[in-house]
Design a protein around this ligand. Structure first.
Ligand code: SAH
Ligand code: AVI
Length: 329
């Protein structure tokens, strides 16, 4: 992973590696029986902008609800942060919720936002540096599910992890368990993790949140195809795909798909991918949990669930986890 805090270095080798990894993911995903693309590729500069627009939609309840929970319980959530601690955020995006925590944690010495979106990291770093001039901000550009190496000089500092937004819901349950385990190692010893988790709710609320009438979520979903076109040539006709949000009750998740509106073939990276009318590319899962369901998952990953906070309507939850067996597998 490439540190993005000091943006003086350019890393062509790493960028070439990233492009190759993207190409491999596209070829693998579009070759599968159910075509798929990894949802982290939704977040280039445009994708991050569109996600920010989503967070402001009246239909997209998670952001405002989680923000309100954090504001209402910040003193408890911040806990006894103690001097010299480091805040590590996974999938930090705009880092707006982080500001709530940082205000209540004046003793945090360093903040490490980790994100695949360079533009989001940059914007957040500039804004936070202006608001918290004493804070040492060390962004890491990369995939939080890959190998994450924190700066060596912070190795022995106590760490608090922050994983808001229900980004954990974008992984299936097995992957989420693996990710929670790996976060425990990253934050060890004696790590503490604050995780935002979206809750199961009515079909209507979920559908509207993931298929808003103004079409921002549709644009966010379609942007993954635009990104492929920009990286590898204008292979996809954008008007030949439409956004669809599907509720998968059995898996307890809402899925985003891009539906082919006609029979077509797409020539890309030396391959020909054929689509029947109605066939889809599955671009994202967003799993929803019950409070107990998430606590069970956390326990299975070696975390001890402590407090959980929710809103009056039971839409969203914020969990405090502590490390049971520091550093253990
Ligand atoms: N934490 C913010 C943003 C959530 S959107 C909030 O709560 O509003 C999800 C964020 O995670 C995006 O900024 C996206 O770029 C990032 N992201 C998604 N998958 C990632 C991955 N595998 N590794 C690192 N960042 C990832
Ligand atoms: C970042 N992630 C938790 C969002 C979600 O709700 O699954 C991404 C998103 N997809 C569609 N709208 C928002």
């Amino acid at each position: 992973m490439r540190p993005a805090g000091r943006r003086t270095e350019s890393a062509p080798a790493s960028e070439a590696g990233e492009e190759e990894a993207f190409a491999v993911a596209v070829i693998d995903g579009l070759s599968a029986a159910q075509k798929t693309l990894p949802c982290r590729y939704l977040y280039d500069e445009r994708g991050s902008e569109l996600f920010e627009q989503i967070t402001a939609l009246p239909e997209y309840y998670p952001t405002r609800t989680e923000t309100a929970i954090l504001e209402a319980h910040v003193a408890e959530i911040a806990g006894d942060s103690g001097a010299g601690q480091v805040l590590v955020e996974f999938g930090s995006g705009s880092s707006r919720k982080t500001e709530i925590l940082l205000e209540a944690m004046p003793d945090i010495v360093a903040y490490i936002p980790i994100d695949v979106s360079d533009s989001a990291l940059d914007e957040a770093r500039c804004r936070l540096a202006a608001r918290f001039p004493e804070l040492d901000i060390r962004p890491i550009h990369g995939d939080f599910s890959g190998e994450v190496t924190l700066p060596a000089d912070l190795h022995f500092s106590r760490k608090i992890g922050f994983f808001p937004g229900s980004t954990i819901g974008n992984l299936d349950r097995g992957e989420a368990r693996g990710l929670l385990k790996s976060f425990r190692k990253i934050l060890s010893p004696h790590g503490r993790l604050i995780v935002g988790v979206d809750l199961l709710k009515s079909e209507e609320t979920l559908r509207l949140a993931y298929d808003d009438p103004t079409g921002v979520t549709a644009a966010f979903n379609l942007n993954i195809v635009t990104r492929i076109n920009q990286a590898f040539g204008q292979a996809f006709a954008l008007d030949a795909f439409r956004h669809e949000a599907r509720l998968n009750r059995q898996e307890g998740r809402i899925e985003m798909h891009l539906v082919s509106t006609r029979d077509q073939s797409v020539d890309l990276l030396g391959y020909r991918f054929t689509f029947r009318r109605g066939e889809t590319i599955h671009t994202e899962n967003s799993h929803k949990y019950t409070i107990d369901g998430f606590r069970t998952l956390a326990r299975s990953a070696g975390w001890l669930p402590e407090r959980a906070w929710t809103d009056a309507d039971g839409l969203f939850s914020v969990h405090e986890l502590t490390s049971v067996r520091p550093g253990a597998d």
